[in-house]
Design a binder for this molecule. Structure first.
Ligand code: NI
Length: 171
């Protein structure tokens, strides 16, 4: 179910190479109103930026919380844990912290993950294709990892140059 009717605060998304993107997020222990508010605001921020996923790390909040929304399905991933992966897919990937940058590389074709919802209930999600890619992308953010980490140094260098050009060199 899409969450188009959800309103909330739109956070400013941190852009690479902001060092906050490299921080490892802390597990969520309190399933309270503040957490529900954070999830609502992450959805609002993702919608405002036409994203398919967003991790709390990308808005400077070091909590293991991410949201994913793709093809009318939305997912709240709190303390997500990868259980298993299967196969391989190659596809183009982008990130709200890297405006205008896309890169092609391999990810698992299928993933099985466990994640908690805002009430602390554990859910198992089995996803494939683009949703699987989005899940692992967001889970990486919670470990301080970004998608260009999967690329060669040469490609990473080219992306950095492009970002400098786009932003006028604020690095
Ligand atoms: Ni991202």
């Amino acid at each position: 179910m899409a969450n188009e009717n959800i309103t909330g605060k739109v956070f400013k998304i941190l852009k690479y190479p902001n060092p906050e993107l490299k921080k490892i997020a802390e597990p969520v222990e309190k399933f309270d109103d503040e957490l529900a508010e954070l999830v609502k605001n992450l959805f609002a921020t993702m919608h405002a930026n036409d994203g398919v996923g967003l991790a709390a790390t990308q808005v400077g909040i070091e909590k293991r919380v991410a949201v994913v929304e793709y093809k009318e399905n939305s997912y709240v991933l709190i303390n997500p844990r990868l259980i298993s992966t299967e196969g391989e897919q190659e596809g183009e990937e982008g990130c709200l912290s890297f405006p205008g940058i896309y890169a092609k590389f391999k990810r698992p074709m299928k993933v099985k993950i466990e994640a908690q919802d805002v009430n602390g209930n554990k859910n198992i999600y089995e996803a494939e294709g683009y949703t699987a890619r989005a899940f692992v992308h967001e889970m990486d953010h919670l470990d301080g990892k970004v998608f260009i980490d999967y690329l060669s140094n040469f490609k990473q260098g080219a992306i950095k140059k492009k970002l400098i050009k786009n932003t006028g060199g604020h690095f």
